[in-house]
Design a protein around this ligand. Structure first.
Ligand code: SF4
Ligand code: MG
Length: 285
């Protein structure tokens, strides 16, 4: 398929924004895997990253700030035949949406969740975010950030995510490999993308990341969790970022555990099955 069929509105991001790389990599993966646009749902939150759903010609829901994951989970459970992709930012997922993130990691819904992590609030003009580095001077921290940053990758590993990866917007081919693998993963595929904000974050630039990124050599991820955590933590403590597919493991998905079948709700009969209702209420006896 030609990538052009996935083209939505003309992006309004600043020239050079890291989010373009995520958009381009997604379109490449959709085209390469010949996925009909009607089969894809992008659920986005609030922030510059949240505009991604408008820039692709697939189904999309632009939901409330921080609520990408509950909405995406509901879409996937209602229609397991759809490919559901969460498009979020560091503020959206690691601040207001943090509890949804942790519970999604442990529940394992079949969603690809992409966090465009620019370490700042871009849409609201440059306040510090949960991933801003200590000392970062922003419009809301003129004396520098006092707190330690959140590392979404470590958090995902500790919270039970079954696919954990980190990409970099300066490496579109690397993003394509990660997204393609995530597409084939059965469960919650979490990808933190280091995605520079060229307008409001003059510290964490493309050049700054290039000096600090360590690319994973193993192409298919580590299968032993303590090892994955140790590798990421060691890099993090040295001020470096491990990129690639860091961890992947097979576990039952949320749909496996709670759905009786994988038939979309729209294809089910509206008739009430008396036996099912009686069974449901029998637990209260
Ligand atoms: Fe990208 Fe930053 Fe511009 Fe937003 S403000 S579009 S994150 S460069
Ligand atoms: Mg941000």
């Amino acid at each position: 398929m030609n990538e052009k069929i996935y083209e939505g509105k003309k992006p309004g991001w600043c020239p050079g924004c890291g989010d373009y790389a995520v958009l381009n990599a997604l379109k490449k993966v959709f085209a390469k895997n010949k996925i009909p646009p009607s089969k894809i749902v992008i659920v986005s939150g609030i922030g510059c990253s949240g505009k991604l759903g408008d820039y692709v010609a697939t189904n999309s829901i632009h939901t409330l700030h921080g609520r990408v994951l509950p909405v995406a989970t509901a879409v996937k459970l209602s229609n397991p035949e759809l490919i559901v992709i969460g498009a979020s930012g560091d503020g959206d997922t690691y601040a207001i949406g943090l509890s949804h993130f942790i519970h999604s990691c442990r529940r394992n819904p079949e969603i690809i969740h992409i966090v465009m992590n620019n370490q700042v609030y871009g849409l609201t003009k440059g306040q510090f975010s949960p991933t801003s580095l200590k000392g970062f001077v922003s419009t809301s921290t003129p004396y520098g950030v006092f707190e330690e940053p959140v590392d979404g990758v470590l958090l995902a590993l500790e919270s039970g995510a079954t696919f954990v990866a980190r990409g970099f917007s300066g490496d579109v081919e690397g993003l394509v490999k990660i997204f393609e693998r995530a597409l084939n993963h059965k469960g919650f595929s979490f990808i933190d993308v280091l995605s520079p904000c060229v307008t409001f974050n003059r510290l964490n630039t493309y050049e700054w990341f290039k000096e600090r990124i360590i690319k994973m050599e193993e192409p298919f991820g580590i299968r032993y969790l303590p090892r994955a955590i140790r590798f990421v933590r060691e890099a993090w403590e040295e001020g470096r970022f491990l990129t690639g597919i860091i961890y992947e493991v097979k576990k039952p998905t949320l749909s496996d555990l709670i759905l009786k079948d994988k038939v979309p709700l729209v294809k089910k009969s509206l008739e009430i099955n008396k036996q099912e209702v009686l069974e449901m209420f029998s637990i209260f006896k």
